[in-house]
Each structure stands twice: as structure tokens, then as C-alpha cells.
Design a protein around this ligand. Structure first.
Ligand code: ADP
Ligand code: MG
Length: 649
């Protein structure tokens, strides 16, 4: 029953895709696989699932629509539920990692591509779905590429299943060819001319340039909202702060400027703000990461400011390091960004780079994630789905052999695969956790060391990212002092996280307590949710919930079981060498071990700022490695290591 808001129903009919409704339905009826191409904002994501529902495809199964990002899944599901006049989580729902907002009633389900892979672990043929729509396929995330490969087989096994691949860019032939020349349906979008401006000389600092350009547009250009492409949350927050300050200084000389940030981890309440229409006389400036490139459509944008960069995950198989790098975007991305300004009328795009740099330095297309990321996680899932022959898996674009080999090696070191590459019991248990394999292994290992209760807390806190402590600019000293209260001597950063959580719990999960201790309440709440879910999963895989709060060594051993390839050894000069792939690194200044050098440490992650830093560090005794991973660390290895490594003072 469709009885959404009248206004919204009217709006639905103004979308470009509306004129193609019958064509879309006919194509789906006549073909098992259909590729749909339409510009961002034409209505693919919000409308096609509703058309399929209206046409009866949800009578015998759900329509599942995959999204590459969490924020897109939530925002689109919210929008569609409003259009249909139903409560979010009832007929229309979403499912993202650690958050399932669906019910028995749900017929339209938006979910991250990674969640579909997880869902296949319990429902390998996805039998509860009648239609699957792989949306935003042009994003080419790792999970999307893997899903495409799996679905290619699945449509052969399930003749009743309909598959739609939707893309915002023109590379549809590639998808069509891959699916045995599936028909392509093109939905022309509205498009107005976009005037493109380049800088005359390269900008030394694109953040400054973005601020100046935004203020200039605001001061000199006709009304219309501004969309600024930046690379990440911190950068967006900095720009937000500076913009607000400068606007305040300018006072009434200048019209109102409403600043709205958008990035992947933005809380849902704040996300809604970007869709609120701008009041008369004011101007909105949306500060966004590349999720506003194609995944989110914001109406009313007339000006785009393009920094020319985005953050990209790059995994270096030689060193085994994954880093989130600020990386120049591709020409295809630059075109998409510019296009955001021309949806409702002629637009202008201000590129903060030179025309020469656009023509000469930028790649044509973004490298698909499968060719630049750590594959351990998906390999674990694929092995669990019984897909063993990865070398002959029919990838849309194959990952480099070296990436495959590295991932297999990591899984072997973690004990998830045996010597011939078969999944072990540990590997099967690990696959149950929607976490990075190193974190999953840490949890699985906690069973042996009788400290699962503590380890799932630590895993939950590590999963919320680096956002537990906060450090206001004017209170750095107080914040750092408060933080040190959570360290017991040299017990390390992991144990400190555990102490934060336990103290918070003792204080009835209080918000005030967080405030007093410079802890982010929101991150803690999120960690608590994750922890609850991990508790269920731990029970499901048959790990007993046990505590050994006083046994630091047991906890450290469990942590190291997951992070044994992240070992580093102290050098004479106070820096460290990573052991697996020798590289010079340092303990991050925020770590409790920054002032207390240890001969051997493990780290959670490396971050490259001014130097290569290890974040979340815990001491390791090398002899533990033989107890933890005897199959991987033979005594001889360590002897070799000792010879190769410069001697420690
Ligand atoms: P596509 O998938 O083709 O890029 P969408 O279906 O996402 O297009 O969006 C169609 C239109 O729906 C957008 O132009 C926008 O006006 C509106 N819309 C989408 N999501 C939201 C939202 N969360 N809030 C308000 N409007 C939205
Ligand atoms: Mg879309």
C-alpha cells in the first residue's frame, strides 16, 4: 500500500527516471540481468526498488539494494520510507555493520555491499530475495566487485532471481559484457552547462584555498548553495570551524552562510541537516568527502569547489601496510564533482588545481579497490562460502597476484588457513565476526587465554576508530592528564581502552563522566552497541565468556595473537623497526608507551603524518610468539631476525 506524503509523491514524478518506469519494469521482466545507467540524482536508488515493489516483485521475496557506504544506505532508506509513508525499519529498512534496522515486514532493504556478503554466510543463495540491485556499481568497492563475481554464478543457480546493476557513469559496457551482454538501459539526466574554473598556479594548501574560494563565492556570486569536496572528517571539521569564525568576523556585511558537514561517520541526526532546504536570503555550504560525488544527491547546489583530492585506502603488499592516503582524484571523479553543480540550473565548478595538472597528472579512472587493498577479509568470507579457487575466480578486474598471496599469508599466520590453504576451525570462527581478521583472531584467541570479556571490549573500542579520547585545543593539558589516569604503568594502549570502558561502566555509562574525563560519549555508546553484538557472536561460535581482569599477560597474549604480524622492535636511536617488512616507525605521541620504550611492541595500525607512527601500542615478549603461533614462528625465524636486525642497545 503506497500512501506516502502527497508532496513527496508529486516529487517522485518529477525525477528523470519516472519517464522510464515502464521501460525499467519491462527490461527486468524480460531479462534476468539488466544494467541501468543514469546520472546521479536521476532517481535510481530511491525509485527503482519502489517500482519493483509496486509491480509485485516483493510478493515472494525482498528487493535488496546494495550501497557502498553506510551513510548512503541509511539516508536512502530513510527517504524511501518517508516517500512510502511507512516507519523506517518496517516495510523499508536498512542493514549496515553493527546495525540492523529491518523487521519481518521489510520488503525493501538497503544494505552495504559488505553486509550482503555476510548475509550469504547464513543464506548462500540469498533465497529471501527476489531482486538484487547492485547499486552504485561504478564505485567499484572491493565488496561490490566480489558480489558481482558471486552473483554471476548465483543467477545461473537461481533462475527466479532478478539482478540489476546500476551505475552513475558511462562504463556500463564493462558490466554488460561481464554479465554475458546483459541489456543496458540508459536514463538521461537533467544536465545544465557547468562552467569550469582552474587555478592559475598550483595551490600550496588546498584547505586554505577551499576556504578562500568559498568565501569569495559567497561574497560575489548569485544565490545558490555551495558544495566543497574535501578528503576527511578532520579536514572538514577544521574548515567548518574556520569558515564560521571568518563569517562571524565579517558580521552583517555578508549574508548568512549555513555550514553543513557530511562524511561517512557523521551521526544520523546531523546528516538530515544537509537535505533541509536553504531559507531565503541565506546560502548553504556543504563540506563533504567524496560520498557527495555520486552516493548522495543534495538539491540546490550551484557551485562546486573541488580540492582535487580524496582519501583512498592503499595497501602496499611489499610492506604489508595499509594506509589511508590523501590522493589525487581521477578525471572521472573530477567530472562527477563538477556535474553536481549543474543539476537544477547552470552551475560553476572551481577546481583548486591547474588545467595542466588535470590534463597531465590525473588518471582517467580511479583504480578499483580490489587492486589496492588488503584482501584478507574477503578471502576469509569467500573460503567460507566454499569458493576456494581464487586464482581462477572470475573477477571483473583481477587483483594483483601479490595482493592475493599476502592475504593468504596473513590468514595462514593467524591460523585461519592451514598449510594447503584450507579453512581451519579458527578460520570458520573468525569469519563469523564482521571485523578485520586481525581483530577477529584476537577474539577467537581470547578463549584460550580466558579473557574474552575483556578482549571483546577492546575489539569494540578499536572498531569505533580513533575517537575515544578528545583533546580540545584550549584544554590539551587537562585532556592529556585525564587520559593518563587510564594507564596502569606501562600496560599499553589496549589495556587503557579497556580501563576507560570499565570505568565508564562503573559510572553507569554516564555522559557527564565522559565529559569530565575528555572521553567522547558518542564513541563510547557506539562501542557499547558493538560490544553487545560481539557478545552474541562470541556465544554463537562457542567461545565462553570469561574474565581475567587481573591477568594482563593473558590479555596481551590474546591481543598479540591477532596482531603478531604488526610487531616492531626498538632501535638504538629510540625509533622502531617493523619486523615483518623492515621499515622505520615511531610510537605515536598520544600513546602511553611514547615515553617508555619497550624492546618489542605490537601496534594496531600505522598512520603516516609527519612520520610513520604506530597507534595503539602494547608491549610484547618475543617468546610469547612461539606459544601463540608455533606453526608460523619457528625458532629459526627469530634467529634469522636477530641476525638481520640492527642490535638493540
Ligand atoms: P540516483 O540514485 O539516481 O543518484 P536518488 O534516487 O538517490 O538518485 O535520488 C533522487 C532524488 O531524491 C534526489 O535528486 C533528491 O532530490 C532526492 N533524495 C534522495 N535522497 C534524499 C534524502 N535522504 N533526503 C531528501 N531527498 C533525497
Ligand atoms: Mg544512487
Amino acid at each position: 500500500v503506497i500512501n506516502g506524503d502527497k508532496m513527496l509523491q508529486k516529487e517522485r514524478k518529477t525525477l528523470p527516471i519516472y519517464h522510464y518506469r515502464e521501460q525499467v519494469l519491462r527490461a527486468v521482466q524480460e531479462n534476468q540481468v539488466v544494467v541501468i545507467v543514469g546520472e546521479t540524482g536521476s532517481g535510481k536508488t530511491t525509485q527503482i526498488p519502489q517500482y519493483l515493489h509496486e509491480a509485485g516483485y516483493t510478493k515472494h521475496g525482498k528487493v535488496g539494494c546494495t550501497q557502498p557506504r553506510r551513510v548512503a544506505a541509511i539516508s536512502v532508506a530513510a527517504r524511501v520510507s518517508r516517500e512510502m509513508g511507512v516507519k523506517l525499519g518496517h516495510e523499508v529498512g536498512y542493514s549496515i555493520r553493527f546495525e540492523d534496522c529491518t523487521s519481518e515486514k521489510t520488503v525493501l532493504k538497503y544494505m552495504t555491499d559488505g553486509m550482503v556478503l555476510r548475509e550469504m554466510l547464513s543464506d548462500p543463495k540469498l533465497e529471501s530475495y527476489s531482486v538484487l540491485m547492485v547499486d552504485e556499481a561504478h564505485e567499484r568497492t572491493l565488496s561490490t566487485d566480489i558480489l558481482l563475481g558471486i552473483f554471476k554464478d548465483l543467477v545461473r543457480l537461481r533462475s527466479d532471481l532478478k539482478l540489476l546493476i546500476s551505475s552513475a557513469t558511462l562504463d556500463a559496457e564493462k558490466f554488460s559484457t561481464y554479465f554475458n551482454f546483459a541489456p543496458i538501459l540508459r536514463v538521461p539526466g537533467r544536465r545544465y552547462p557547468v562552467e569550469i574554473h582552474y587555478t592559475k598556479a598550483p595551490e600550496s594548501n588546498y584547505i586554505d584555498a577551499a576556504i578562500v574560494t568559498t568565501l569569495e563565492i559567497h561574497a560575489t556570486q548569485a544565490s545558490g548553495d555551495i558544495l566543497v569536496f574535501l578528503t576527511g572528517q578532520e579536514e572538514i571539521e577544521t574548515v567548518e570551524e574556520i569558515l564560521k569564525e571568518r563569517i562571524r568576523k565579517l558580521g552583517t556585511k555578508i549574508g548568512e552562510l549555513i555550514v553543513c558537514p557530511v562524511y561517512a561517520n557523521l551521526p544520523t541526526e546531523l546528516q538530515a541537516k544537509i537535505f533541509v532546504p536553504t531559507p531565503d536570503g541565506a546560502r548553504k555550504v556543504v563540506l563533504a568527502t567524496n560520498i557527495a560525488e555520486t552516493l548522495l544527491t543534495i538539491d540546490g547546489i550551484k557551485y562546486v569547489v573541488d580540492s582535487g583530492y580524496s582519501k583512498m585506502k592503499w595497501y602496499n603488499p611489499k610492506t604489508g601496510m595499509e594506509s589511508l592516503l590523501v590522493y589525487p582524484i581521477s578525471k572521472a571523479s573530477a567530472m562527477q564533482r563538477a556535474g553536481r553543480s549543474g543539476r537544477t540550473g547552470p552551475g560553476k565548478c572551481f577546481r583548486l588545481y591547474t588545467i595542466n595538472s588535470y590534463q597531465e597528472d590525473m588518471e582517467d579512472n580511479t583504480v578499483p579497490e580490489i587492486q589496492r587493498t588488503n584482501l584478507a577479509n574477503v578471502i576469509l568470507i569467500l573460503k567460507n562460502l566454499g569458493i576456494d579457487d581464487l586464482l581462477n575466480f572470475d573477477f571483473l578486474d583481477s587483483p594483483p597476484q601479490e595482493l592475493l598471496r599476502k592475504a593468504l599469508e596473513l590468514l595462514y599466520a593467524l591460523g585461519a588457513l592451514n598449510q594447503v590453504g584450507e579453512l581451519t576451525k579458527v578460520g570458520r570462527q573468525m569469519a563469523e565476526f564482521p571485523l578485520d581478521p586481525m581483530l577477529s583472531k584476537m577474539i577467537v584467541a581470547s578463549d584460550k587465554f580466558k579473557c574474552s570479556n575483556e578482549i571483546i571490549t577492546i575489539a569494540a573500542l578499536l572498531s569505533v576508530g580513533n575517537s575515544v579520547f578528545y583533546r580540545p585545543k584550549n584544554k590539551k593539558f587537562l585532556a592529556d592528564n585525564a587520559r593518563m589516569n587510564f594507564y596502569q604503568g606501562d600496560s599499553g594502549d589496549h589495556i587503557a581502552l579497556l580501563n576507560v570502558y570499565n570505568s565508564w561502566k562503573e559510572n553507569d555509562y554516564s555522559k557527564q563522566w565522559c565529559y569530565d574525563n575528555f572521553i567522547q560519549f558518542r564513541s563510547m555508546k557506539h562501542a557499547r552497541d558493538i560490544r553487545d553484538q560481539l557478545t552474541c557472536l562470541v556465544e554463537r561460535v562457542g567461545i565462553e565468556l570469561t574474565s581475567s581482569l587481573c591477568n594482563l599477560e593473558a590479555m596481551k597474549k590474546a591481543i598479540i595473537s591477532g596482531f603478531l604480524l604488526h610487531t616492531a622492535r626498538l632501535q638504538k636511536n629510540g625509533s622502531y623497526w617493523t619486523v615483518k617488512h623492515p621499515q622505520k616507525v615511531h610510537v605515536h605521541p598520544s600513546s602511553g608507551l611514547a615515553q617508555v620504550p619497550k624492546r618489542w611492541v605490537i601496534y594496531h595500525e600505522l598512520v603516516l603524518t609527519t612520520k610513520e607512527y604506530m597507534r595503539q601500542v602494547t608491549e610484547l615478549k618475543p617468546e610469547w610468539l612461539f606459544e601463540i603461533a608455533p606453526h608460523y614462528y619457528m625458532l629459526k625465524d627469530v634467529e634469522d631476525l636477530r641476525k638481520k636486525m640492527p642490535r638493540v642497545a
